[in-house]
Structures are given as C-alpha cells and as structure tokens.
Design a protein around this ligand. Structure first.
Ligand code: ATP
Ligand code: MG
Length: 401
C-alpha cells in the first residue's frame, strides 16, 4: 500500500512531502504449518509485506502463533473469504480446497495468486490430468468413472491392479482405493459412494520424487533440484535432497516441471509429485498449487527457502536462487497412532540438525506436528545422513504432557 504523507511545518512554511511505501497485507487461506512458515518468511520481508492475515477454523492455529492475525472461520466460508479479500492486498493459500468460485468473484477486490482458475484446474484430479495430457505432459493412464460398468471395462483395458481415486478433496492417500482383484469393485465403489471418481492404471514405480517449482507473476520460472520422497502408510515419511537418481532422470524431471509451469500460468510455488517408473520414465502423479511438504528441506539446504520463494513469486519480485547448498534429509514428525491429546514437544540438540515444531496443541494419530532437517554441512555423504536419520527417528518419542 502506498501512502502519500503531506506534513506542514508552520514555522518554516514548508510543505514536506514524504512518500513512503508500506508493505502489502498478505492474506493466506489456511493457517497450519505451511501458513506458519509463510508467515515467518514474510516477517523477514517487512518492506514488502507489512502484515499477514490467515483464515483458519482452529483458534490459535500455528500461523497465529508466529504473528499472523487470524480470521477464525471455515476455509470455505464465503463471507470470511470476502472479509479476508477486503482486508488484504494479495491472497494466497496453503491448502488447495479453497472455494475457487468464491475466489473468482473476489478477483477484482484483491489480487489472488495462484489464480482461482489455476486452482480450479488443479483441485479436481480428473481436470488436472486432462489438462496435463492435453499439454503433452506424461501421466499414468486414467479415465473418469461414473458407473460400475465403466470401472469394470477400464480394468479390462488397463489390467489389474488399478487405483480408484476421488477427484477432489483427497489427502494422505485417503481418496485412493487399490483394486487388485475384480471382486473388490463393489467394495471400492461403496467406500466412495456419492463422490466423483476416476481410475488410474497402477504405476510400477521405483521411486517417488518431486520438484518444487516456482513461477512469478512476471513469468520467471525456477525449479529446485529433484528430491526423493519416501512414504509410510501413504504419508510422507522423509524427503531426501537431492534424489538418488542419475543426471538424465533428474534433468528430465526438472524439464517436465518447467514445462508444467509454462503451461499452467500459475504464480507461486507448486509441489509437483512424480513417479520414476522401472523404465526410468517420469510421470506426474499430482500437482499441489502451494508450498509442499517435500520442500521443507529448503529451509536449511538451499539459498532460498520455498516459503520466501512463494512470496517472491506472488509479489512479482525476482525469484531467489534454487541452488541446493547442502545435501539434506527432511524427516516428518507424526503423532503416534495410539495417542490423542496434549503432548510434550520433543527437543533435539545435535549438530546440523534443525527441529521445527508446528505449535499444534494436540497430537492426533498420524498428524504432522513437526519436522527435522538433517543437513550434511560436513560433506559426509548421503549414507551418513541416512544413518543419522535412522538413529534420530528411533529416538523421537511423542509422549503426553
Ligand atoms: P497426498 O498423499 O500427497 O496428500 P493424495 O491423497 O491426493 O495426496 P495421491 O498423491 O494421488 O494422493 O496418492 C497417494 C500415494 O498413492 C502416492 O504418493 C503414491 O504412493 C500412490 N499412488 C498414487 N497414484 C498411483 C498410481 N497411479 N500408481 C501407483 N501408486 C499410486
Ligand atoms: Mg500426493
């Protein structure tokens, strides 16, 4: 927001005119850990961003604990989103489930990045995959499913196993059902009854990888080096930066990410999840229109964190360097499966090991409550990092407070 201040000093009869530029007010839909780390990045960019307001239903959400103002409301609450747009100069999101129709109606009031149109393309996995295919970007074979007959016919065509997926609102694999035998079809359809669905050929992948890509409002594109993602129970367990693949694969993946950003036209950071198939082919699994869990390593490993990069991108600033300075493993801290309640935050006092807790009051089963970045500042190699992460993961215990 730019203000013209005219001050009159009667003694000197001089009109002093001061222009001073205050930073913009940033609105974020979602105030969880991603909103929290965006707020922290914004606090280091005071001349560009003077204030952060998040919209989140949880009182004392993580972002509010690091200085963001909070509107307490559901992510899809149209009047709360409108209030956010009225109070802010630019809106972004840390979750992809915002109401793109409501956001579209507010584009004249407030700048929104990535645009609601980009959000709309990504929110629905079927529309997203059709868009990628249309632009010659490789994905697993897929088809819309509206009936049992259609599903059975696609299973015939693709062969088993297949993955039945809900088109919207999925996370941590909860919208996926792997069908390995024809007699599972009724059960799979029943689990997702009433939801719009698609089916995908099951990819025999040898590795899951991702690229954190950014595109600024001015069209500049930068991608971070390819990272490797290891999941447990469908939830990201750790990210290894860089991915343990040869140069051809990482170059290919980064080129696909670059091309995706060119056609998508979104502004901001995007997490592009991919498979490396057993034939070393790269297929995009899905795109997240936001900062991404597999980019948390950048907080310590890279010249520019993904959070700062996102802010640079949506504000139209020059993008920062994406160079990976140190090999790093990011390990997610999840709530134990058998415990819900207030917990004692762990502490870690180890060299080149950076613990980040998200300030969530309660631990819930498999809930992400923090992460640790293990950084190879002494160049001891990936094996050493893997040993360190194994020892560390065994020692982190989340216990009741
Ligand atoms: P997230 O887990 O990122 O929150 P999500 O719930 O939307 O996302 P996906 O990313 O579509 O789910 O799938 C979750 C996991 O399921 C993937 O990380 C991958 O391990 C597996 N998966 C998804 N699609 C396929 C496929 N076509 N073939 C084989 N495995 C797949
Ligand atoms: Mg995924």
């Amino acid at each position: 927001m730019a203000f013209l201040i005219v001050s009159i000093f009667p003694k000197l009869f001089v009109i002093d005119m001061f222009f001073f530029i205050m930073g913009k007010i940033l609105g974020v839909i979602g105030g969880g850990q991603l909103g929290m780390m965006l707020t922290e990045a914004a606090s280091n960019m005071k001349s560009e961003i003077s204030n952060v307001i998040v919209l989140d239903p949880t009182i004392n959400c993580p972002a509010s604990k690091v200085g963001a103002e909070q509107i307490v409301a559901d992510f899809k609450d149209a009047s709360a989103i409108k209030e956010l747009a009225e109070k802010c100069d630019v809106i972004t999101y840390e979750i992809e489930s915002g109401d793109s129709q409501v956001l579209k109606s507010l584009e004249e009031t407030c700048e929104i990045n990535p645009s609601p149109e980009t959000l709309e393309t990504i929110q629905d996995k079927l529309i997203q995959k059709k868009f990628l295919t249309k632009n010659c970007i490789p994905v697993a074979e897929f088809r819309e499913i509206t009936s049992r007959e259609e599903l059975e016919s696609k299973i015939n065509e693709f062969g088993l196993p297949v993955l039945l997926k809900t088109r919207t609102g999925a996370y941590d694999g909860r919208g996926n059902f792997k069908i390995s035998a024809l007699d599972q079809v009724p059960e799979a359809l029943q689990v997702f009854e009433g939801q719009s669905l698609m089916v995908e050929k099951f990819v025999d992948f040898k590795m899951e990888v991702s690229v954190i890509a950014s595109r600024s409002t001015s069209g500049e594109i930068r991608t971070y080096p390819l990272v490797e993602n290891i999941h447990k129970d469908n939830i990201l367990n750790m990210t290894i930066a860089p991915a343990r693949v040869n140069e051809t694969i990482s170059k290919n993946a980064e080129e696909i990410a670059h091309k995706t950003m060119e056609v998508l036209h979104g502004a901001g950071v995007f997490g592009i999840e991919m498979f490396v198939t057993i034939n070393d082919q790269i297929l995009i699994n899905e795109i997240a229109p936001r900062v991404h869990n597999s980019g948390h390593h950048t907080l310590q490993s890279s010249k520019t964190s993904q959070f700062e990069q996102h802010l640079r991108a949506i504000l139209g600033l020059e993008l920062g360097s994406t160079e990976l300075v140190h090999n790093t493993i990011m390990y997610n801290i999840l709530g134990p499966k058998d415990f819900t309640g207030i917990y004692k935050p762990p502490s870690i006092d180890l060299e080149n090991t950076f613990l980040k807790m998200y300030g969530k009051m309660e631990s819930k089963p498999q809930r992400k409550i923090g992460h640790v970045n293990l950084v190879d500042k002494n160049n001891l190699g990936m094996e050493n990092l893997l040993e360190r992460v194994n020892i560390l993961s065994d020692s982190i215990k989340i216990i009741p407070a």
